[in-house]
Structures are given as structure tokens and as C-alpha cells.
Design a protein around this ligand. Structure first.
Ligand SMILES: CSC[C@H]1O[C@@H](n2cnc3c(O)ncnc32)[C@H](O)[C@@H]1O
Ligand SMILES: [Zn+2]
Length: 429
């Protein structure tokens, strides 16, 4: 049996208090053994002058989209996808997706993220990258039927079902899966009516984009006479373990539906601001009892994968949306990025307590922008940056020690990413 002692730091506890404590990790089980003054440990991780926090949970991303970062900015969602992103994605090779995923996972590890929920294609490549990275992930193959004939559309949804079944439990259980219709407007009704019941019968969790822009809501109301989430419920999409990405334009009846069906929301504030999609009513959803996590979305609409940026954005945008400076306060936003996110993805992570998964990050507090330290939860929400993370641990394994990523050759991946991105752009243009 091997143990790791995270020693000398302060620790963020599940009730959002901070106390001086060591954390003993059972590396074989990948869980937290004790918090306090347990002693022991075959290996040590120095947390002196630091804060030990649960690893951050990115509840909605497209990790391989790092290769498309900065390729197309300053457009609304529909034009951005159709004019810029989809034509380039059509040229992606599995090797591109592998390198893009590795780059994104390095960026995540370097900014304290230990779990993610991903939507993309070439999932076998992403799964291998996640296995090597050592993080936890909900993965899936995203089905889009617009622009496809009947055969192509059905093949896409069948692939989404197959991938969800094939990869569930991979990487010693660190990988779980979801069935993934892309959205309610990019997958035709006849296909949703055929395949959603199959996903539910197979007991698959479901993840989809929903209520992201007004342009997406309007046509559904026109065609079906009901709000998008009522349409989703009618299709059976909210019957199982489901979480939607965005949930920006949800009205009160839809918030009620989210609560009744125990459907979670992956809130993506930076992407929503950059694409001018709108302001999600986060405080209203939280008040009603919806589980709301935080996601970066892809690096092409953010344009980074730093969950500290995202916490700050979620707090700021949440206040603006509620027209209330006390809305989405610091403890709430930290909880959204940790425990809520883990609950959404079904991982026993996001809390530093005995028995929970040993997924954690150690921040260096000895920097000017975190001085003085009146309130460390405030610092996590409003002042800390991904680059303040000193060590990252997931499933009990050290993925980054003193900012050195141990699971990838960072320089090699960066060089490969530049080569693949250049060749991709050349093919696509
Ligand atoms: C077919 S894989 C997933 C698909 O989603 C696209 N995408 C990236 N960001 C968003 C977003 O905010 N809303 C909808 N779709 C998005 C991505 O480019 C892939 O094509
Ligand atoms: Zn997305």
C-alpha cells in the first residue's frame, strides 16, 4: 500500500471553511484517508504556504478544440459554428484530436482541473489521452443530424449509443460516458424520438446543449408550441441522468422542470459572454434547487480552459443577470466549480473529506495578487489564477508537482499541437 501526505498547508473543507491540516491519500484506492494530523505517507507533497482545494470540475468542454483556439472570434454562435468552426472540424484527423486533447488536458492539469465532461468525436483518441492524463472524465460521441441523409443521421446516433456503452468504466473507472445529441435544433425530432428511448433503456446518462441562444429557442417554440425543455421532456431527454450545457434562456417553467426531473446545468459564462449568447439566471436556478456546475466550453469560444477565470466570470455574470451584487457569491461559485460539478458528473470528488476521491490541487498563496489573505474563499473566486496551482493530484496520483506535469511531455505536446494546427488550417483554407 502506498500513501501520499499533502503536508504543511491550509485546507478548504466541504463547508467552505479553511483550516490548517495535512491530507493523507491512499494512492492504491485513489481516495482521501484522513484530514488533520494523520502523519505517515511514503511520499510527500509540500503544501507549505499553500491552500489545498478539491480538484476543479469542468462540466462542459470540447477539449480537443484547443487546436482551433483563436481561429475564429467575435461572431455569434450560429455564424461561428457554420462559417468557421464546422468547416475546419470537417478536416480534423484522429491524430489532430489526440494532440488537441493532450494539449487541453495539460492546460487543465496546470490550472487545477481534475475532472471534465467532454463532447466531441474520435472519442477513442480522447479516451486514450484522458487515460494517460490521469484525470476523470465523462466522454461521449456527439451526434448531429442536420445536413445528413437518413442513413448518415441514424449512423451518427447509433455511434453515440455505442460509444457510451463501449467506453463506460474505461481507465479503471475514471472514464464514464454520456449519450450526446448535440442540441434540440441540430438533431431532428424523428431521430430523437427513435434513439432517446434506447439511451434511456440502456441506462445511459445524457448530455446536450440546450437553451443557449434566443435563435435556438424561437424555432422550437414555433414548431412545437412549447419551450425547449418541455420539448426535451416530451422526448424523454430529461427522464434519465441528464445535464444540459448552457441553460441560458430558461424561463420559470423550465427551471421548475429542471428541478422536477433532477436535470443539472453546466453553466459556461465566458462562452456565453464571448458569443453574446446571453446571461443565464444562475441564482434563480440555484434558489430553485437546480444543480449548477461550471464549464469552460471549448477553447475556441473562451479562449482558455482555466476554471479560475470561469469562477470569476460566473460570479460576475451571475450578479449582472440578477441585478444583485450578492448573487452567486464567492462560496457559491467555489461550490459550483467543485462539489456541484462532481455531483453533476456523478463522481465522488469535489470535497476534501475521508473516503472521497483524492482529486485535489494545491495553490501557492505567496504571490502579490493573493496578498493579504483576509478570505481565501474570496481569493479562489475573484483573485486566483490557474497559474497559481503548484501541484495537481487525481485519483491519488500526482499529475503535476511544482508545476512540472508528470504525465505528459509538455514541450513535445506543444510542438506537435503547433504542427497539427498549422496543417489543419492549411487543409481547411
Ligand atoms: C460534434 S462535437 C460537438 C460540437 O459542438 C460544437 N460546439 C462548440 N461550442 C459549442 C457551443 O457553445 N454550442 C454549440 N455547439 C458548440 C463543436 O464545435 C462541435 O462541433
Ligand atoms: Zn459546447
Amino acid at each position: 500500500m502506498s500513501d501520499l501526505l499533502v503536508t504543511g498547508g491550509q485546507v478548504l473543507r466541504p463547508d467552505m471553511t479553511v483550516e490548517r491540516a495535512d491530507v493523507l491519500v491512499d494512492q492504491d484506492a485513489g481516495t482521501i484517508e484522513a484530514v488533520g494530523d494523520p502523519g505517515g505517507g511514503d511520499d510527500e507533497l509540500d503544501a507549505a504556504g499553500g491552500l489545498v482545494i478539491p480538484g476543479l470540475v469542468n462540466t462542459h468542454t470540447h477539449v480537443a478544440m484547443t487546436l482551433l483556439r483563436g481561429l475564429a472570434d467575435d461572431k455569434p454562435l450560429d455564424a461561428w459554428l457554420r462559417e468557421d468552426i464546422w468547416p475546419v472540424e470537417a478536416e480534423l484527423t484522429p491524430e489532430d484530436i489526440r494532440v488537441g486533447a493532450e494539449l487541453g488536458l495539460i492546460e487543465m492539469i496546470k490550472s487545477g482541473t481534475t475532472a471534465l465532461s467532454d463532447m466531441y468525436f474520435a472519442v477513442e483518441e480522447i479516451a486514450q489521452a484522458v487515460e494517460q492524463a490521469g484525470v476523470r472524465a465523462r466522454l461521449g460521441y456527439t451526434a448531429v443530424t442536420v445536413g445528413k441523409d437518413d442513413e448518415g443521421a441514424r449512423a451518427d446516433l447509433e455511434r453515440s449509443l455505442e460509444v457510451a456503452q463501449e467506453f463506460d468504466g474505461a481507465a479503471d473507472g475514471r472514464i464514464r460516458t454520456t449519450f450526446q445529441p448535440h442540441s434540440l435544433t441540430t438533431v431532428g425530432e424523428q431521430f430523437l424520438r427513435e434513439f432517446v428511448p434506447q439511451a434511456n433503456e440502456a441506462g445511459l446518462a445524457t448530455h446536450l446543449h440546450a437553451n443557449e441562444t434566443p435563435d435556438e429557442v424561437g424555432p422550437i417554440v414555433e414548431e412545437h408550441g412549447v419551450r425547449p425543455l418541455a420539448y426535451a421532456e416530451d422526448l424523454g431527454l430529461l427522464a434519465g441522468e441528464t445535464y444540459v450545457a448552457h441553460g441560458v434562456h430558461v424561463d420559470d417553467s423550465e427551471i421548475e422542470l429542471l428541478v422536477e426531473t433532477d436535470t443539472g446545468v453546466a453553466h459556461c459564462p465566458a462562452s456565453n459572454m464571448k458569443l453574446a449568447s446571453g446571461m443565464a439566471p444562475v441564482q434563480d436556478m440555484l434558489d430553485a434547487g437546480v444543480t449548477v456546475g461550471i464549464g469552460t466550453d471549448g477553447a475556441a469560444s473562451n479562449n482558455d480552459l482555466d476554471m479560475f477565470d470561469e469562477m470569476r466570470d460566473a460570479a460576475m455574470l451571475g450578479k449582472l443577470a440578477a441585478e444583485d451584487a450578492s448573487a452567486v457569491d464567492a462560496p457559491t461559485v467555489v461550490e459550483m466549480a467543485t462539489a456541484n460539478g462532481a455531483d453533476l458528473l456523478g463522481f465522488d470528488s469535489g470535497r476534501i473529506e475521508p473516503g472521497a476521491n483524492a482529486d485535489l490541487a494545491v495553490l501557492n498563496l505567496d504571490v502579490p495578487h493573493l496578498t493579504p489573505a483576509h478570505d481565501l474563499v474570496s481569493h479562489l473566486a475573484y483573485a486566483a489564477r490557474g497559474s497559481d496551482v503548484r501541484h495537481t493530484v487525481a485519483d491519488g496520483q500526482v499529475l503535476m508537482r511544482d508545476r512540472e506535469v508528470t504525465v505528459f511531455d509538455e514541450d513535445r505536446v506543444r510542438e506537435a499541437a503547433v504542427d497539427h494546427a498549422d496543417a489543419l488550417v492549411e487543409r481547411a483554407m
